[in-house]
Ligand binder design. Structure first.
Ligand SMILES: [Zn+2]
Ligand SMILES: [Zn+2]
Ligand SMILES: [Zn+2]
Length: 142
């Protein structure tokens, strides 16, 4: 684990999309999180990215709870994912809008390509969203 400043030409999806639709650029994602024990044991079977929010039926840009696989809307809609975290303590969520993973307990984005236990969820969501497997970052292989 030397530097994280790899200048590979591969596309990445760590952009954050702001509620007004603009990109804020790169965000630093954590490569470690203490809350991964609560992850669902089967993240290769997840709802499709166009699944509406379980509670308010908001149709798009929802979050997937990586603990119980419930699909809930973002803090910019009706905050149902945030509410779910507060009620259930399920802190890990994957954004179906940009495939970033957020930990509510760490209050930070997590790097789903570096954290091995997050990779199945990231790869499955990528397949569902784009119809192809994500590019494998060569420098993160063990
Ligand atoms: Zn965490
Ligand atoms: Zn909702
Ligand atoms: Zn949950």
């Amino acid at each position: 684990m030397a530097s994280s400043s790899s200048s590979s030409s591969q596309p990445s999806f760590n952009f954050v999309y702001q509620p007004d639709g603009s990109e804020s650029g790169w965000v630093e994602a954590r490569t470690h999180c203490d809350h991964l024990a609560s992850l669902s044991s089967d993240l290769t079977h997840i709802p499709t990215p166009n699944t509406p929010c379980n509670r308010c039926q908001h149709p798009s840009e929802n979050w997937l709870c990586l603990c119980c696989k419930e699909v809930l809307c973002s803090r910019f809609v009706n905050k149902h994912m945030l509410e779910h975290f507060q009620q259930s303590k399920h802190c890990l969520a994957l954004s179906y809008s940009d495939l970033s993973v957020w930990c509510f307990s760490c209050d930070a984005y997590l790097d789903a390509q570096v954290i091995l236990s997050l990779r199945p969820a990231y790869e499955t969501a990528y397949m569902l969203k784009f119809g192809q497997a994500p590019p494998v970052p060569a420098d993160s292989r063990q």
